[in-house]
Design a protein around this ligand. Structure first.
Ligand SMILES: NC(=O)c1ccc[n+]([C@@H]2O[C@H](COP(=O)([O-])OP(=O)(O)OC[C@H]3O[C@@H](n4cnc5c(N)ncnc54)[C@H](O)[C@@H]3O)[C@@H](O)[C@H]2O)c1
Length: 321
């Protein structure tokens, strides 16, 4: 049975699948050729990450597909309901990358408070001629310890982020539309652990109290942070979005960065992916990454093996039935 992993899959995933008799094809097929390729090669399983779109046209054109798998969380690139209505089994790996995304959030926070994003842009240009000038420009860093982190969305990644932030000595508050309270268990290397209990706050209170705000919500119909919400925040707030483009109004964000309301932003996701606005890309107050939240070797390994186990389980079950 053949599997097309069009956006790649880890070696561990390939190995697990091959050991169970599957053939895994990792050729990157261009979007407009995907349906053709599937039909020519009699593909049974189509695996994607966020790049390949699996819309109605592909689903209709490819009757051989039994499973569509998303390595990761967000399924907005797949017409899930339509695929299900056609009897296609949909799988994803929602928990595999939470810790990786959380570490990236903290990386953006550390970057922002010490101006690493701007320093890394200017040191290669002026580091030898204007060392003292740059030293002065980046002299007013602040520490994360003791500051308040406001987490919007206390699901898997929000919780993973809370664990690290608490470990750093930050005060963590959160707002979640569905999770009124959350116990955050923080395990240590020696087997000990502590548990901190948190209660969801009204989002406007979070805006007013947080020194830094990070978003961990699914795709939204509307902005979670727009002009009105930015106004409610503390002056000099730092904002990180490693969730989904469209959770923050980028025009309002740039305005707030320009007028000093927001000290810095850390973005991994963009309203207009994969062509983020130039005003975002060129802004010296934004720490930028190209949607790499889940892109650690460890997460990719977990994603690959989890997909493999789900695929093997599915076909074993259908053999039994
Ligand atoms: N940057 C990356 O590479 C990357 C990788 C993985 C996931 N993500 C994204 O991260 C986001 C969070 O993922 P997760 O696994 O933690 O999801 P999750 O479903 O576990 O948690 C989302 C939480 O947000 C809450 N929520 C929804 N709308 C809200 C709102 N308007 N205000 C407050 N809370 C709200 C939900 O109740 C839920 O508890 C998703 O958008 C996902 O696509 C990004």
């Amino acid at each position: 049975m053949k599997i097309l992993a069009n956006d790649g899959i880890s070696q561990s995933g390939i190995k697990a699948l091959e050991n169970s008799g599957f053939e895994v094809i990792t050729t990157k097929v261009a979007q407009e050729q995907v349906a053709n390729f599937i039909n020519k090669n009699d593909i049974s399983v189509l695996l994607v990450r966020s790049a390949t779109k699996v819309r109605k046209d592909i689903i209709d054109a490819c009757p051989s597909i039994k499973i569509i798998g998303r390595g990761g969380v967000g399924m907005d690139n797949i017409d899930v309901d339509y695929a299900k209505s056609k009897g296609i089994h949909i799988i994803n790996t929602p928990a595999s990358s939470s810790e990786s995304v959380a570490e990236l959030v903290i990386a953006h926070l550390f970057t922002g408070v010490r101006f690493l994003h701007d320093s890394n842009r200017n040191m290669p240009l002026e580091g030898d001629t204007n060392f003292e000038g740059l030293k002065k420009a980046y002299a007013n860093g602040i520490e994360l310890r003791g500051k308040t982190l406001g987490i919007i969305g206390m699901g898997r990644i929000g919780k993973a982020t809370a664990k690290i932030a608490i470990g750093l000595g930050m005060k963590v508050i959160y707002s979640d539309t569905h999770i009124p309270k959350k116990d955050i268990k923080i395990p240590f290397f020696d087997g000990q652990s502590i548990t901190i209990s948190l209660v969801s706050e009204n989002i406007n209170d979070l805006f007013a109290k947080a020194d830094f705000i990070t978003l961990h919500v699914p795709v939204q119909d509307d902005y979670v942070i727009g002009e009105k919400e930015l106004e409610m925040m503390k002056d000099g707030v730092g904002i990180v979005n490693c969730a989904r483009g469209g959770a923050i109004d980028e025009v309002a964000l740039v305005k707030a960065l320009d007028n000093g309301k927001v000290l810095f932003a850390g973005l991994d996701v963009y309203e207009n992916e994969p062509n983020p606005e130039i005003t975002i890309l060129m802004n010296p107050k934004i720490s930028l990454t190209p949607h790499i939240g889940a892109a650690t070797e460890e997460a990719q390994d977990r994603i690959g093996t989890e997909l493999a186990h789900q695929i093997i389980g599915f076909f074993n079950k259908s053999l039994v039935n």
